[in-house]
Design a binder for this molecule. Sequence first.
Ligand SMILES: Nc1nc2c(ncn2[C@@H]2O[C@H](COP(=O)(O)OP(=O)(O)OP(=O)(O)O)[C@@H](O)[C@H]2O)c(=O)[nH]1
Ligand SMILES: [Mg+2]
Length: 316
Amino acid sequence: MDNESAAENEPKSGFFARLKSGLAKTRSNFAGGFDNIVHGKAKVGPELLEELEETLLIADVGMQTTSFILDDLKREVSQNRIRENKEVLEQLKQRMIHVLSQNQKPLPYSEHQPFVILVVGVNGSGKTTTIGKLARHWKQEGKKILLAAGDTFRAAAIDQLQVWADRSGISCISQKIGADPSAVAYDAVQAGLAREMDLVLIDTAGRLQTNTNLMEELKKIKRVIGKVLPGAPHETLLVLDATIGQNSISQARLFNEALEVDGLVMTKLDGTAKGGVLFNITDDLKLPIRFVGVGEKPEDLQEFNPQTFVEALIPG
Ligand SMILES: Nc1nc2c(ncn2[C@@H]2O[C@H](COP(=O)(O)OP(=O)(O)OP(=O)(O)O)[C@@H](O)[C@H]2O)c(=O)[nH]1
Ligand SMILES: [Mg+2]
């Protein structure tokens, strides 16, 4: 959901305030470490930069990405080209925005009809609620949406998606518990074509990235979808739980190797002080971050915007 469309529901300031309060834990982590620079308490020099480095590492930005952000800055400072705290802060923000922007590209959902999104991830990462929130938002924008209950493992999973669908007045394709998820996906894409839907969102059961059989099942879903509609799914969206910190990187690597993931959703940023993992993960996987979740309310799932994210994270 872009900033413009979010503004239809609430003022931009409300959108930003939600993000900021959702990032409160990581923000206070940064605030402690950035205090000296923001308030000009310490002189610009190697010590200040070490402090910044430590802060980024504590927030799970990761060694390599932290170096990428700070190396140039260290050089500029050591050569006396930057002397003002304010300038260090500004340069730092620009570099952080740069890291987050490198892999961003728009979700091209108007290029295909229907645009098919397959949502994958480990158990409990937030797949079903992400689908529910996105569907609700896009429906409000006037798009024609179809959901598919591809998590046929548990009856509760089918019901959970159906509740989201009912609440938003959206159709949901489902079969009985235990049905082949590929068959559900097949039906959904076919129905999406027949009913001229704009978007088809397919839910899947959570699974560990190390479970080969279950990863094969996802590959099969992708193949089957591609047979009904060549080129689909147009977006394989991996939903990651931010509270697991650095582990999300190995998780994402394995999902990506098996499925060629197109984009990431990072949920539960409100539950962690280590939200810096977002920098690490996009830098490591070279994948765009599509949406971030900063709470359980529908409005708490926001389209990811690097600049807004950094502004919400760093004081001053
Ligand atoms: N605090 C917080 N909770 C969230 C966020 N996103 C999702 N959740 C919660 O996480 C829990 C799990 O979400 P689901 O959408 O059911 O997760 P799932 O990936 O579909 O889970 P399985 O189907 O069991 O694999 C729910 O209680 C959600 O409300 C978020 O951004 N912040
Ligand atoms: Mg689910």
